[in-house]
Design a binder for this molecule. Sequence first.
Ligand code: GAR
Length: 207
Amino acid sequence: MVKRIAVFASGYGSNLQAIIDYNKNNGLNGEIALVFSNNKNAYALSRANKNNIRSVILDPSDYGTREEFDKSIIELLEGERIDLVVLAGYMFLVSPEFVRKFKNRILNIHPALLPSFKGTHGIKDAYEYGVKVTGATVHFVDEGLDSGPIIVQKAVDISQDESMEDLEEKIHRVEHEIYPLAVKYFCEDRLKIEGRKVKILNKNNIK
Ligand code: GAR
């Protein structure tokens, strides 16, 4: 069955775009039914509109607590019969209740090789630390910070004369490569979680 996907984005939405494009060109076995944002100025919303995808904005400051805010989001997702939540630059922590409600059905992309450089500044933190290799990670979301089981990672080298801007560009390029693939694996029911490990079924037969 084709999975119904909600993409959550707070900003530019280049990962959203990569997933939209992949679905158009290659197919995900999924339909992007909804783009959700906590930020009315997110460029991701224009991308949704251009692609005729329903977009919804809820402003957290209209709610007393994160739990109340997430309760409204849960209602929205249930109304849309969403199977998969894809966090794509969603710069707002989801509540434990939300995670429990969508257990093993929320993906996130992080711009570093987890478990290194968790948090909101993955690229900058890695760059300033002086690591020679960093990358991007797609993982399931659990109740911790960037701590759920890892689905796909891809590394990039940091050369000694590289600027932060060059590194950012390189990381975004690999994000746009691996995130649509991880979404596709999910939509094809090919992800099997065994403790902390995620097996990708039939990985060698099909892309
Ligand atoms: C991406 O680099 C993503 O990895 C990062 O925000 C960027 C969003 O870009 N997310 C995090 O840092 C989450 N901790 P986009 O809006 O162009 O997709």
